[in-house]
Design a protein around this ligand. Structure first.
Ligand code: SF4
Length: 185
């Protein structure tokens, strides 16, 4: 079977939108949201706080996903993209199609991905201690985005976050997201 016929469970896709968070804020992107996440953050804004049993989950081939793309950059989010063993093949297929690729993850599950893929690590260990960040992500991440409420959450990660990180960090609080620096698309 061709890798393009691999199927992944999709929560939703949408095209031609503007990235509203993090390093690529303001860039035109398409979204592929993969279904499923076991981390169960109580404030999950994508509906997986209770496991998401009733959320959309439609199996679609990589070929079908490629056919609907419109923007130069594709954001793979979830749910949690790294729980899907087909993720590396999806990324390779997007890169082969000439797309830039960004992936958003809690870091709780590790898979090796092509170096060209931009990885945004949004750790949830401080919310769900059963799901610590897999250690490889602290060197692999291109960007770290931490949801904070009191500021105490940062102590969970102080052993991992250097004072002058090699990656941009975003701390979000009460819906306000403040990237420390941006990049043109
Ligand atoms: S890790 Fe992300 S998708 Fe999963 S429950 Fe937490 S906020 Fe939701």
């Amino acid at each position: 079977m061709s890798s393009l016929e691999l199927r992944l469970p999709i929560h939703e896709t949408f095209q031609n939108t503007v990235q509203g968070e993090g390093y690529w804020t303001g860039c035109l992107v398409d979204f592929i949201r993969l279904a499923g996440c076991p981390v169960r953050c109580p404030w999950c804004d994508t509906g997986y706080a209770d496991g998401g049993a009733n959320l959309p989950r439609v199996l679609r081939t990589i070929s079908e996903l490629l056919a609907e793309l419109q923007s130069p950059r594709v954001v793979i989010s979830g749910g949690e993209p790294f729980i899907h063993k087909e993720l590396p093949e999806l990324v390779r297929s997007l890169l082969a199609a000439g797309k830039q690729v960004s992936i958003e993850t809690s870091g709780a599950f590790w898979q090796e991905l092509p170096a060209e893929a931009w990885v945004t690590l949004s750790p949830k260990h401080h919310v769900s201690p059963r799901y610590p960040v897999q250690p490889q992500f602290w060197s692999r991440a291109n960007e770290v985005k931490i949801v904070i409420s009191t500021g105490q959450e940062l102590q969970v990660y102080e052993d991992f976050l250097p004072a002058d990180p090699h990656f941009p960090c975003t701390y979000s609080q009460n819906g306000m997201k403040r990237p420390k620096r941006f990049r043109k698309c």
